[in-house]
Design a binder for this molecule. Sequence first.
Ligand code: FAD
Ligand code: NAP
Length: 278
Amino acid sequence: MSEAAQTLAPDSIDAPASEFPIPAGVFAEKVVSVQHYTDRLFRFRITRPQSFRFRSGEFVMIGLPNAAKPVYRAYSVASPSWDEELEFYSIKVQDGPLTQHLQKIKPGDTVLMRPKPTGTLVHDALTPGKRVWMIATGTGIAPFASLIRDPETYEKFDEIVLTNTCRDVAELAYGNELVAALRDDPLIGELVETRLKYVAATTRETSPLMGRITTRIEDGSLFAGLGVEPFNPDVDRVMICGSMDMLRDVKALVEKAGLVEGSVSNPGQFVVERAFVG
Ligand SMILES: Cc1cc2nc3c(=O)[nH]c(=O)nc-3n(C[C@H](O)[C@H](O)[C@H](O)COP(=O)(O)OP(=O)(O)OC[C@H]3O[C@@H](n4cnc5c(N)ncnc54)[C@H](O)[C@@H]3O)c2cc1C
Ligand SMILES: NC(=O)c1ccc[n+]([C@@H]2O[C@H](COP(=O)([O-])OP(=O)(O)OC[C@H]3O[C@@H](n4cnc5c(N)ncnc54)[C@H](OP(=O)(O)O)[C@@H]3O)[C@@H](O)[C@H]2O)c1
């Protein structure tokens, strides 16, 4: 074992051998399962280091042991904080420095993870409210996949609305499967059935619900479809995750409704986080 490998966190010492030494101070975890949804999207689960703690909704930096200086990218942990494994939902960018390789991982392979989670899409960044809206586009559903599986979400809010808008129907598969599995869950299935509302829509392929989330907020159809009143600072809390354009536009609508942005150090009525840069 190289000197660098010997400095690993104790959880990572039995990680599979790599051509390159595992950098000091990062977890080296094993891939447990991989599921491909489209030629652009997949999810994978890895072992969870025993000492790794995070808050549902946070992100970590992950990489591959395929270079002396691995490329790390931000990834929302899609599994809830109580889960024994860690789940990630990922894009495949054809020439992407990380995902051109990451999309090829198989069970038993090694994924590197920096030990410090962070992020604003956490309960602590929101003041109490009645209803929480989780507004996602594309892979922006990942942090919400964590939060809707966390019992604390149901303790803190009476109603949870998850909206997921993608270009095509196939891109909704991960969210659809996730919600269906949660409704069948023997422990919280009943709770989810009555308290979680899931609104899945497309913008470029015909599906039962079409249109950008911004259009549906502005024309009121989002609220009418659920039988609820438009955003109200006394009632609603909003979490937003998507492209920078989507964040800018949804944020403007939420602010127009009178909600004030929060952060972990200064909780508020809505929070935003980029699903990717560029
Ligand atoms: C806070 C934060 C959390 C993130 N969480 C996730 C996550 O949970 N899952 C995930 O797949 N990515 C996530 N990302 C994006 C991720 O960090 C990488 O950009 C992505 O894995 C691609 O890496 P790459 O090195 O292959 O290409 P990069 O060089 O990083 O990206 C190349 C280009 O691909 C496009 N792109 C990158 N990521 C995405 C994406 N997720 N969806 C659509 N287009 C994209 C952009 O146009 C970007 O300029 C997150 C980013 C941030 C800032
Ligand atoms: N999805 C694909 O099939 C595909 C294929 C190849 C490459 N790419 C590239 O990958 C990158 C990300 O694509 P993506 O589909 O994951 O994410 P995206 O472009 O952010 O689109 C995801 C969803 O967000 C909607 N959206 C975009 N901007 C918005 C805004 N300002 N307000 C409200 N809704 C908004 C889109 O609607 P609209 O459809 O109306 O934009 C779409 O439904 C892009 O650079 C894209 O060119 C995507």
